[in-house]
Design a protein. Structure first.
Lengths: 79, 175
C-alpha cells in the first residue's frame, strides 16, 4: 500500500549532511492530523463569527432604516 | 579568522511529492539560525496553499504568531493575531504558473536558548500577476527546549521539484 504523501517527510540531517525520505511515525501523524483539525475548527469558528457579525450589522441597518435614517446617515453612524 | 556565517545545510527537491520537508539534528554551537527557502506545492488546484511549520516535531501547539499580509490584487493590508499557530503563509500551489515559487526567509535568534524562541518569517510569491500574497510573521516558539529540528508541510500534501531550503548558522559577536 502506498503511503499518503502527507504522511511522508524528506528529512535533512544537518549534522550528518544526509537526507532520508521516511514515513512519519504514528505520533507525528497524529500531531499533524491534530494540527489540521485545529486549523479547520479555527477557520469554521472564524467564518461563523464573521457571519454572525454580518447578520447583526444587516439587522441593525434595517432597524435604522425603519426609523427613517438614510443610507448616508447609517454609514456616518458606522464611522 | 572567526566563523560568523556558516552554511549548514542545502537541499533541493528534485522529484516532487515526497511529502513534508524537515531539518533535523541542527548543530547547537551558533547563536542564531537563518533560513533562505523557496517553496511550491506539488499539487493542489488552487493557486495558493497554506504553509505550515513546526519545531522539534513538537505536537503541542506551542507556536504563537502575528501575521501581516497583503494580496497583490488589493491595496488592503491584513492583520491576524495569535490564532494561527502553525500556519505561516500562503505559498504557490500546483495551479500557479509553472516554475514559480514563494521565496521565504526566516531568522531565529537565540535558537539554543532555554527560554521561548522568537522567529521572524517573511515570504512573497515570485509569480508575475495579481493572485499573489506577501507575508510578514512575528512568531514565538514557547518552549524551553533548544531548536534542533524544523519541519514544513503544505495543505496539498507534498512539495514540488525545485523547492529548496538553505540553512545558515550565525555566530553573533559578543555573545
Amino acid at each position: 500500500m502506498t503511503t499518503d504523501p502527507k504522511y511522508m517527510i524528506t528529512e535533512v540531517d544537518v549534522s550528518a549532511g544526509t537526507h532520508t525520505v521516511r514515513e512519519m511515525t504514528q505520533a507525528e501523524k497524529d500531531d499533524l492530523d491534530a494540527r489540521a483539525a485545529e486549523w479547520a475548527k479555527q477557520q469554521a469558528d472564524q467564518a461563523a463569527a464573521d457571519a454572525a457579525k454580518a447578520d447583526a450589522l444587516a439587522s441593525a441597518q434595517a432597524k435604522l432604516a425603519k426609523l427613517g435614517l438614510t443610507a448616508d446617515e447609517i454609514a456616518a453612524l458606522q464611522g | 579568522m572567526s566563523v560568523f556565517l556558516e552554511p549548514l545545510a542545502s537541499y533541493t527537491i528534485t522529484s516532487g511529492n515526497t511529502g513534508n520537508l524537515g531539518l533535523a539534528n541542527i548543530p547547537q554551537q551558533f547563536t542564531d539560525l537563518m533560513l533562505i527557502a523557496q517553496f511550491r506545492c506539488y499539487t493542489g488546484s488552487n493557486n495558493v496553499q497554506n504553509l505550515w511549520q513546526w519545531f522539534n516535531n513538537d505536537g503541542s501547539n506551542l507556536n504563537t504568531a502575528t501575521r501581516l499580509w497583503g494580496y497583490a490584487g488589493s491595496t488592503t493590508a491584513n492583520y491576524e493575531g495569535a490564532t494561527f499557530p502553525s500556519v505561516l503563509s500562503l505559498l504557490n500551489g500546483g495551479g500557479s504558473p509553472a516554475n514559480t515559487f514563494t521565496s521565504a526567509t526566516m531568522y531565529i535568534p537565540n535558537y539554543t536558548s532555554n527560554f521561548a524562541k522568537q522567529f521572524i518569517f517573511s515570504s512573497g510569491s515570485t509569480t508575475n500577476g495579481t493572485n499573489q500574497y506577501t507575508y510578514r510573521v512575528a512568531g514565538r516558539y514557547n518552549s524551553t527546549n533548544p531548536i534542533t529540528a524544523i519541519a514544513w508541510q503544505n495543505d496539498a500534501g507534498g512539495f514540488a521539484a525545485g523547492t529548496s531550503i538553505d540553512l545558515y548558522g550565525i555566530l553573533r559577536k559578543g555573545v
